[in-house]
Ligand binder design. Structure first.
Ligand code: NDP
Ligand code: DGY
Length: 348
């Protein structure tokens, strides 16, 4: 008890000293790119320097490590695997100014709690839009055209002579595609699928979008989208409203021939219900880049299904994209600790 009070006192004294000397202490929760680290190492306009506490590992830190190392920091550079909640913000202390996540999704950050504590939040929109949209289309085609089943058949010897009806999937030409969440990634996906000869693009979200006009996309209700689409693509943010929106009711409304693709967050899907829908033929197939949990245990029931293609959350996994995300997150962090406007703040 006495020991911990002394520690708190020492940490507060250290905190005020660093503040006066213009040093800002930041926690980086994982190995980051050398270029991003270089810009954080300075020189930095607006403060003497950053005192960087780098968790130099490619594995996520344990909760205990995070809670310990965050104490007394002015800034946190985190990844989507780090839960930034009230407890962590309180452990950080009142001097905390900024949480910068190297991701566009910020469902792991309690943005409201940050706001209440005067902590600004930054994310990395835009720089990963193309990479994620490309991956969404790749996953859509891999799922609808049964690419993984085909590869498996080549390897296990079940590939026989050419047959008219073997390994047939469904094509995009003349189809109706429904996009749930016509944000940056949703729009980039719509642009990419048009040239495949898609006949109708439907979308849903909180509000109709200006940008939808030039994409020729029609705003409909979630239910109408599910009932009419041959391909249903989840490109929305994970929020309390979107959590498990893809559940038994949703799969029930879809066509039995529908293909469902999710590159948003695993939390938008009820995976038990998805398993049932895929195994009892309520929908044809699913392609998931995101799951709950991540990584998905290798004995998870979804992995036993031929009509479910699962990727390990690689939507933005393109070298240049990851570099740009790391740099943008670094710039957000620097702006936040030096009281400047961030290049990309999250607005509540
Ligand atoms: P945007 O903010 O541009 O788009 C988010 C979309 O979510 C908006 O269209 C928004 O609709 C929609 N949305 C929010 N609430 C709802 C709701 N209740 N019902 C339906 N739609 C809703 O973000 P991005 O396009 O840049 O990224 C989207 C998400 O993709 C990220 O939040 C992240 O989770 C995920 N992502 C995954 C990646 C991967 O590796 N698989 C890579 C990058 C991102 P409206 O505008 O009407 O509010
Ligand atoms: C994000 O940025 O939200 C992705 O999930 C990872 O790039």
């Amino acid at each position: 008890m006495v020991k911990s009070s002394v520690l708190v006192l020492v940490s507060r004294l250290y905190s005020s000293f660093s503040w006066m000397s213009g040093v800002r202490r930041v926690l980086i929760t994982r190995q980051v790119s050398v270029k991003a680290l270089d810009i954080m190492r300075g020189p930095i306009l607006g403060c003497e320097s950053l005192d960087i506490d780098l968790i130099d590992s490619d594995e996520p830190p344990s909760r205990d490590v995070l809670l310990k190392r965050v104490a007394g920091k002015h800034g946190i550079y985190c990844l989507l695997t780090d839960r930034i909640d009230k407890e962590l913000l309180d452990r950080a202390g009142k001097q905390l100014k900024v949480v910068s996540t190297m991701s566009v999704g910020y469902d792991h950050v309690d943005v409201q709690a940050c706001k209440e504590r005067g902590v600004v939040v930054g994310n990395t929109p835009g720089v990963l839009t193309d990479a994620t949209a490309d991956l969404t289309v790749a996953l859509l085609l891999a799922t609808s055209r049964r690419l993984l089943e085909g590869v498996e058949a080549v390897k296990d010897g079940s590939w026989g002579p050419w047959q008219p009806l073997w390994m047939c999937g469904s094509g995009l030409r003349g189809s109706t595609v429904g996009i749930v969440g016509l944000g940056r990634i949703g729009q980039a996906v719509a642009e990419r699928i048009r040239p495949f000869g898609v006949s109708t693009i439907l979308y849903t979200g909180r509000t109709a979008k200006q940008e939808a006009k030039k994409l020729g996309a029609q705003f409909v209700t979630f239910h109408e989208l599910l009932a009419k689409s041959d391909f249903v693509l989840a490109c929305c943010a994970l929020t309390e409203k979107t959590r498990e929106t893809f559940n038994a009711n949703a799969f029930h409304l879809m066509k039995p021939s529908a293909v469902f693709v999710n590159t948003s967050r695993g939390g938008v899907v009820n995976q038990d219900h998805l398993y049932d829908a895929l195994s009892n033929g309520q929908i044809r197939a699913a392609g998931l880049d995101v799951t709950t949990p991540e990584p998905l245990p290798t004995d998870h029931p979804l992995l036993s299904l031929k009509n479910c293609v699962i990727l390990p959350h690689i939507g933005s996994a393109e070298m240049q994209t990851r570099e740009e995300m790391a740099m943008l997150a670094a710039r957000n962090l620097i702006a936040g600790v030096t009281d400047n406007n961030m290049p990309s703040p999250v607005h509540l």
